[in-house]
Design a protein around this ligand. Structure first.
Ligand SMILES: [Zn+2]
Length: 108
């Protein structure tokens, strides 16, 4: 019969309500951190990991990076103007013809 090595990594946890210290398998700890479920210390006090896991934090940061990249691209794009441009008023060359004023009147 072949021997099978049983290697389990343990995570030591303090109760937080009382001084009880206990250990759970690392896989269980990872699962509890991911699903935020309530679990119980041997003393009966309930515990949970309410915070985000490293993977969840990385996912949130990645989403923020994408959002900032979109904003940067939008800011770099030339802006389209929706307002119509007013036609420029052309200056008419000054003419005495048709103004009704003589050269003498203009000097006053
Ligand atoms: Zn306790």
């Amino acid at each position: 019969m072949a021997e099978q090595a049983l290697v389990t990594q343990w995570v030591v946890i303090g109760c937080g309500t009382c001084p009880t210290v206990f250990a759970i398998p690392k896989e269980t700890d990872v699962a509890l951190r991911g699903n935020h479920r309530t679990f119980y210390a041997p003393c009966g006090h309930s515990l949970s990991y309410p915070g985000r896991t490293d993977a969840q934090k990385a996912e949130a940061l990645q989403a923020e990076v994408h959002s900032l990249e979109r904003k940067l691209r939008a800011a770099e794009k030339p802006k389209k103007t929706t307002a119509k441009k007013k036609p420029k008023k052309r200056k008419r060359p000054f003419s005495l013809l048709g103004s009704g004023r003589s050269e003498v009147c203009l000097k006053r």
